[in-house]
Design a protein around this ligand. Structure first.
Ligand SMILES: Cc1ncc(COP(=O)(O)O)c(C=O)c1O
Length: 417
């Protein structure tokens, strides 16, 4: 059968389940806030949602906020990260994990990932610790918990704070313990693509009442819980989540456990089918990961198994067959334009960064940017047929790859999916 990119019939014409997924529960919950007349951050739904999210993760305190970026900024401030402090972050993550360190006038120090988990390599973290290091931010990339036991040991040995950036990892667990319990504090995002979403939103989880109080106060213009509306005890800002966000999130959160199970079953099926397709590999199945919500399913592309066609051409052909997939980050975070000297904040331009960001080369992070493919979580919310179509489309491309090779240099001339 001809490849769809070259005019043939696609493997699949039905769309995959879309995201966000919502129904009558979201509508009803939103309407209840609308009718209450209390639309802001002091609507009772906000505290209700905080309690439900904390309970799901078995953590004592939750502080909701406007988004996952400010959640990170708030915890860094609450931990006292400031001028000249170094914070170790993975090179494979979204900008906020590192940019919030700069916002606090600290330096992000990038460490490489482990190819088996796509998360911080504990050995690389150990090697990056200096006398100025104050914290480690472990990202649970794609929903896969990082090796928190090893990272916790390093943090304890050097007296560092350990922060979990769990923006991808709602409901994830490691050795039976939910994320949010491994460091001093964890942050989550409820941005539009996330597994639990209100379009924008964030939350901070911690077992430390003191950290929770400081974080809450910073998000509430320096107020203290139970004190007067016009009494402000420290410098803060308004990063509150609204009642409408909490209404959506309450309805979304109720669906997370069942959706996680469905995604886990579908990804396990994908893993079994990929055994017959050596050109696409999933990261290792780690028995210590006891709940993986699969925010992103990362495949490693081996071009030699696909007639040596480039990853981008493969992705175009895959999309034409009816399977939407994306290349991973275009470059490790340290090569993002923001880390060029001229784009750093004014205070940083006059100083020497702890790492030469522009010439850094962390091999595993570089490799992932070159061969990583992302399948988004909602592709795994359907049935087994949806999974079979991914593999059928990839097999079809591998069988006919030779026909695509002549098009390598003229991707822009090919029909757009
Ligand atoms: C790993 C990671 N951390 C933090 C964030 C920031 O979250 P937000 O977009 O809610 O500000 C994101 C967003 O995608 C993320 O992927």
């Amino acid at each position: 059968m001809e490849l769809a990119l070259l005019g043939g019939r696609p493997v699949r014409e039905r769309p995959y389940p879309s995201w966000p997924d919502y129904g009558a529960e979201e509508a009803e919950s939103l309407l209840s806030v609308l009718r209450s007349g209390s639309w802001g951050g002091y609507n009772e739904k906000v505290e209700e949602f905080e309690a439900a999210f904390a309970k799901l993760h078995q953590v004592a305190h939750a502080v909701s906020c406007a988004n996952g970026t400010v959640a990170l900024e708030v915890v860094l401030r609450a931990l006292g990260i400031g001028a000249g402090d170094e914070v170790i972050v993975p090179a494979i993550t979204f900008i906020s994990t590192a940019s919030t360190v700069l916002l606090c006038q600290g330096w992000p120090v990038f460490a490489d990932i482990l190819p088996s988990t796509l998360n911080l390599s504990p050995a690389a973290v150990e090697a990056a610790v200096t006398s100025r290091t104050k914290a480690i931010v472990a990202v649970h990339f794609g929903g896969q918990p990082a090796d928190m036991e090893a990272l916790r040991k390093i943090a304890q040995r050097h007296g560092l704070a350990l922060i979990e950036d769990a923006a991808h990892a709602h409901g994830a667990a490691w050795c039976g313990i939910p994320v949010g319990n491994f460091g001093q504090v964890a942050t989550f995002s409820f941005q539009a693509f996330k597994l639990v979403t209100s379009g924008e939103g964030g939350i901070i989880l911690t077992n430390s009442p003191d950290l929770a109080e400081r974080a809450w106060s910073y998000c509430n213009q320096g107020r203290r819980k139970g004190r007067g509306w016009f009494e402000h005890y420290s410098l803060g800002t308004n990063y509150r989540m609204t009642g409408f966000q909490a209404a959506l999130l309450t309805a979304q959160l109720a669906k997370l456990p069942e959706q996680t199970q469905r995604r886990q079953a579908n990804v396990a099926y994908l893993r079994s089918l990929l055994r017959e397709l050596p050109g696409l590999r999933l990261e290792d199945d780690d028995p210590r990961v006891t709940s993986q919500p699969h925010y992103l399913v990362t495949l490693r592309y081996h071009r030699e198994q696909f007639g040596d066609i480039s990853r981008d051409l493969f992705l175009r052909a895959l999309a034409a067959e009816g399977v939407p997939a994306q290349p991973s980050y275009p470059f490790p975070l340290y090569r993002n334009p923001m880390f060029r000297r001229e784009n750093l904040p004014a205070w940083a331009r006059g100083q020497t960064p702890p790492q030469p960001y522009e010439s850094l080369f962390l091999p595993e992070s570089e490799r992932l940017c070159a061969d990583g493919i992302w399948l988004e979580h909602h592709l795994f919310l359907g049935g087994s047929r949806d999974v079979e179509d991914i593999v059928a489309a990839a097999k079809k491309i591998s069988q006919h790859a030779a026909k695509l090779r002549p098009h390598e240099g003229s991707l822009s001339a090919l029909p757009k999916p």
